[in-house]
Design a protein around this ligand. Structure first.
Ligand code: FE2
Length: 302
């Protein structure tokens, strides 16, 4: 079978879902091609030894607890059967990009918007957008941990606080300006923790960030390379530090524990309430119209 199957950017099923305005979708498992499953198998086989070496022990426990299939793309319903009793979290299929507020609000409800397509077998290292390997093999194992999953829920609550703050700001231009800055700060926080976070684990430096745990090359680089900055987590820096998604990060932040990470989310919210995130340094990531609108839905509805 050589068709597009459910290959990233080449899946008619996804195109149709987007055209029909469907954001949350089922996983049409029978549509995966042989090549799609091969891509999963190769990615998994290649990265497994690196996980054992570099991943936080909670991630490794998560991989076991989910009984992730090394040779075939997992079914989300199987994943969810293992996941639900552990943390109440659930992987929920999406057709693609999810506007920021909707994404965070799903986390608040213990639902993780999950991409169902997979990268091209002939281009395993090139990732134009998230795929099921990034989402399911990179993110979901951490969701089996109660403490970590509580951090995600807390981020969802912070997004709600941000939307409420926007709704309370009467002046329209001011509301847009502040909210754009807050979204930028939230995106940076998420990026430098959930996607690219490092953590101390029994006196060793380990990885818990999903962007790293699904990237074969970058995973070893961030722990081993001497041409790299690793700093204790510092909120001032995180919210003002721009990031670019198309090359290796030169700078990452280390938390002491998931408790520590949780307390930094609390602090983030506190800063937001004090107005300290109404202006952050400019630069990446850019906040697009849809992200902004998703956060302003309360203000716009009345
Ligand atoms: Fe991600």
């Amino acid at each position: 079978m050589n068709g597009g199957g459910l290959t990233t950017t080449k899946a008619p099923f996804i195109e149709n879902a987007i055209q029909a305005g469907k954001r949350f979708i089922d996983q049409p498992y029978e549509l995966y091609s042989v090549d799609n499953h091969n891509a999963w198998r190769q990615l998994y086989e290649r990265i497994k030894p690196r996980w054992e070496r570099y991943a936080h022990h909670k991630f490794l426990e998560g991989v076991n607890n989910l009984a992730l299939d090394p040779i075939a793309i997992p079914r989300l319903e199987d994943i969810n059967q293992f996941l639900a009793p552990l943390s109440g979290f659930k992987a929920k299929g999406v057709s693609g990009y999810v506007p920021a507020y909707i994404f965070f609000d799903a986390l608040r409800q213990r639902e993780f918007p999950t991409t169902i397509t997979i990268r091209d077998l002939n281009n395993l290292d090139y990732l134009p957008e998230p795929d099921i390997f990034h989402d399911v093999a990179g993110h979901v194992p951490m969701h089996t941990d109660r403490q970590f999953s509580d951090v995600l829920v807390r981020l969802g609550e912070v997004a709600r606080t941000a939307a409420n703050l926007a709704a309370e700001t009467k002046d329209t231009a001011e509301r847009v300006r502040r909210t754009e800055n807050i979204i930028k700060a939230m995106a940076r926080f998420f990026w430098f923790t959930i996607e690219f976070g490092l953590i101390r684990d029994k006196d060793k430096l380990k990885v818990y960030g999903s962007g790293l745990l699904s990237s074969f090359g970058e995973l070893a680089h961030v722990v081993e390379s001497s041409e790299f900055h690793r700093h204790p987590f510092q909120l001032e820096w995180v919210v003002n530090q721009y990031f670019e998604i198309d090359h290796f990060q030169p700078l990452l932040f280390i938390v002491d524990s998931f408790d520590h990470l949780y307390s930094e989310v609390d602090r983030f919210e506190q800063w937001m309430l004090e107005g300290r995130l109404n202006v952050v340094s400019p630069g990446e990531p850019l906040v697009n119209e849809e992200d902004l609108k998703s956060f302003l839905h309360l203000a716009d509805s009345g």
